[in-house]
Design a protein around this ligand. Structure first.
Ligand SMILES: NC(=O)c1ccc[n+]([C@@H]2O[C@H](COP(=O)([O-])OP(=O)(O)OC[C@H]3O[C@@H](n4cnc5c(N)ncnc54)[C@H](OP(=O)(O)O)[C@@H]3O)[C@@H](O)[C@H]2O)c1
Length: 341
């Protein structure tokens, strides 16, 4: 069996470790190198003892990783935005397939990227080449993409329920309100006061309130593309005391839930990782945590009442590393579920 030789930039991240775990059991993947800024020279199991026996090579520095550009078929980047695009460039220039888990290739308009991410893009010409890696909606383009912009976790949980309905023209796109909750791993492993146990545990807080969260341009870009006109949304993210998982509750003016459910079933009936649930069987984070599933259901919409779309994913899998492997599977023509079931 031909194997794809893989590099992981920022393997010492929550998403990176999730990749190592999943790629270890992938029938067509071989990890060739993994990089770290802080732990270069150490074995990965010295930093994350749980990967002992899975992949236990020595971590290379970001500078050393660039020298691997001619020696791998595919690179996953688990680096922070801005750093990520820069460190992906040597691989892109050598024709390596890149799946970027950061936001650096998600926004097609360089001015919008600079406005929301606070810095100019290092190679704006690449933005129009990158394909947005929401497999269920971009599968054909992903097959031939060199750069796949893996979607953000909140955007995945908002776009998967909404896109089929917006494409069908049944959503009043001036009315969309998304209220999302994320577990603490969504903020990454890097130490932050808001992620401390005492701050997050037994607590629930909203953040980036009022058209302020960096995932907004990505969500609006995709909804606008599907609607054929500019769409703006209200989006309020919340931090909840869970390790992993995202739950989005989305309100909009539209048809009765039954019709929304039928449209979603028609769109996702043959999708391996999207489960449309009945309104009597609503999504729960517990059903999807540790899996690459996205669970969706609809309620309301009767007699002019708002429709309520509910969506649950695991932020580190369908919201990040699971979706990234799904993208790799599509790019290399493997079974889309390889390494993910
Ligand atoms: N967490 C999620 O649920 C989630 C979901 C979707 C997308 N994402 C995106 O995926 C990426 C990784 O997220 P994460 O939460 O897994 O990250 P994380 O746990 O916070 O880890 C960050 C990684 O980036 C490396 N790093 C940080 N600053 C660096 C620099 N200046 N130069 C080189 N390397 C640097 C760190 O290396 P060392 O610690 O080894 O120095 C570490 O490997 C981010 O872009 C994030 O926005 C995250």
């Amino acid at each position: 069996v031909k194997k794809v030789s893989i590099g992981i930039l920022g393997a010492t991240s929550y998403t990176g470790i999730e990749l190592v775990r999943r790629l270890h059991s992938h029938p067509h993947a071989d990890i060739a190198f993994a990089s770290s800024q802080s732990y270069a020279g150490q074995k990965l199991s010295g930093v994350f003892p749980e990967v002992l026996g899975m992949w236990d090579g020595e971590l290379v520095s970001p500078e050393q990783s660039a020298k691997q550009a001619g020696h791998v078929d595919c690179v996953f980047s688990c680096l922070p935005h801005a750093v990520s695009a820069q460190l992906c460039l040597p691989f892109i220039d050598k024709g390596v397939k890149v799946v970027d888990l950061s936001a650096d290739f998600r926004i097609r308009d360089a001015a919008v990227y600079a406005a929301w991410y606070g810095a100019a893009h290092p190679r704006p010409a690449l933005l129009s080449q990158a394909v947005f890696g929401l497999v269920e909606h971009y599968r054909t383009q992903i097959r031939t993409a060199q750069i796949v912009a893996n979607p953000g976790c909140y955007p995945t949980s908002i776009l998967l329920p909404l896109l089929p309905l917006v494409k069908a023209g049944v959503v009043d796109t001036r009315t969309i309100i998304a209220d999302s909750k994320s577990g603490v791993s969504g903020a990454g492993r890097t130490l932050k006061l808001s992620s401390h146990f005492v701050e997050a545990n037994e607590n629930l807080s909203a953040y980036s309130v009022g058209h302020a969260h960096r995932h907004i341009p990505e969500i609006e870009q995709e909804l606008s593309g599907a609607a054929g006109r500019a769409v703006t949304i209200t989006f309020t993210p919340h931090l909840v005391p869970l390790n992993r998982g995202i739950f989005s509750t989305i309100y909009f003016a539209g048809p009765p839930a039954k019709q929304c459910e039928e449209i979603a079933r028609a769109a996702y009936g043959s999708e391996p990782f999207v489960r449309v649930r009945a309104s009597t069987d609503l999504p729960k984070i517990g059903f999807v945590a540790g899996t690459n599933y996205c669970d969706i259901a609809f309620a309301g919409g009767e007699n002019g009442a708002p429709v309520i779309a509910l969506c649950a994913i695991d932020n580190l899998l369908k919201g990040a590393s699971g979706q990234a492997i799904q993208n790799m599977n599509v790019v290399f023509g493997f079974d889309e579920t390889a390494g993910l079931s």
